[in-house]
Design a protein around this ligand. Structure first.
Ligand code: PMP
Length: 353
């Protein structure tokens, strides 16, 4: 606390990011990164551009990248917004589209940034509890609201929503913006992008951090009809008129074009997830049904915190959230098969102790 702080600062509960260890020998299954690395074409694009052109400002409209994303998803560049990671795109959406007189609805349990941004931007929010199976019940969103934000699949549970449910939600709330945060959609979920042309209240947000393995470059994007994208642009231009640096724009463009790399990587992760789930269940862990590049699992013998500490001692990082209802769970990112095997043998050792 300090007398110099704006009043809002003392109320903030900032998001706590997962650990990024300074040593390379940890098995890192704690922040849902992709173990396979980005497309070699993205790395090549950065190498080719790393020269004295860096003295120039980047393209303030990121036109080539937006056109590439538009082509990939069957939209126009005017229906694409890009930003520094989907976290920044979400921040702009909270200011531009989710703050109204009526409250914003989002699930409890969900991505912790939603409550952080609600506080930061003064958005009145109602957290709608998930059911006993940690599922989002869309019928519970049938109440007056100004906007809705839901991740599909949800985080940190990994549970996906069917497209028919999202469509019903959009139709039931024509006056409310519905944001679907699809950070993990490529690992088995059903994207809402095909609904954009029919629903002017739908904004879909995706990231290149997970299925395209570019978390270090910070690239996210939003897709929606023109009026929603224009609102995001107004906020962005009032904040920082350069959406992404030069290298990020080029690498992202190359990554989106490398469909083969993307497809192989995401299939590998889905296959590894399915076998990891079987192994965890064989150890008597309860694993929620995941459509993401992570699983959310618990074992009756220990708290999530105790498991996390025991795994850390064995060189393995996983995530645990000290929150009611989910404090006995571990969120485990899908690594390479070798990393998953190390996790399983460490869990066996811990459970035998
Ligand atoms: N949405 C959800 C649900 C997430 O879990 C994450 C990753 N922490 C993000 C958005 C943000 O991802 P990024 O900023 O790397 O695009």
């Amino acid at each position: 606390m300090s007398q110099y702080w704006s009043p809002i600062v003392s109320k903030l509960r900032p998001y706590v990011a997962g650990e990024q260890p300074r040593t390379a020998n940890m098995v890192k299954l704690n922040t849902n990164e992709n173990p396979y690395g980005p497309s070699p074409r993205a790395i090549e694009a950065i190498r080719e551009a790393a020269d004295d052109r860096l003295r120039l400002y980047p393209d303030p409209t990121a036109t080539e990248l937006r056109e590439t994303i538009a082509v990939r998803f069957g939209l126009t560049a005017e229906e694409v917004f890009v930003g520094n990671g989907s976290d920044e795109v979400l921040a702009h959406a909270f200011q531009a589209l989710l703050k109204h007189e009526r409250p914003l609805l989002y699930p409890d349990v969900t991505y912790a940034f939603y409550s952080t941004y609600s506080l930061l931007y003064g958005v009145e929010a109602i957290e709608v509890p998930v059911d006993d199976g940690f599922r989002i019940r869309l019928a519970d969103y049938d109440r007056p609201c100004g906007a809705i934000i839901i991740p599909n699949p949800n985080a940190p549970t990994g549970i996906g929503l069917p497209l028919t449910g999202i469509e019903a939600l959009l139709t039931a709330h024509p006056d409310a913006v519905v944001v679907i945060d699809e950070a993990y959609i490529d690992f088995g979920g059903e994207s809402a992008i095909p609904l954009i042309s029919m629903h002017s209240n739908l904004l879909v947000i995706q990231t290149l951090s997970k299925s395209r393995s570019l978390a270090g470059l910070r690239i996210g994007f939003a897709l929606g009809q023109r009026p929603l994208i224009e609102a995001l642009e107004r906020v962005k231009d009032s904040f920082n008129s350069y959406p992404l640096d030069r290298l990020a724009q080029l690498a992202a463009t190359a990554a989106i074009k490398d469909e083969a790399w993307f497809e192989t990587g995401r299939r590998n992760i889905i296959a590894s997830r399915e076998s990891l789930v079987r192994e965890l269940e064989a150890l008597d862990l309860e694993v929620l049904p995941s459509q993401a590049n992570f699983v959310f699992a618990r074992h009756q013998s220990r708290s999530g915190a105790a498991f996390q500490a025991a795994l850390r001692e064995r060189g393995i990082l996983v995530r645990h959230f000290a929150k009611p209802r989910i404090s006995d769970f571990l969120r485990i990112s899908i690594g390479t098969d070798e990393e998953c095997a190390r996790l399983v043998s460490a869990l066996k050792e811990i459970l035998a102790a």
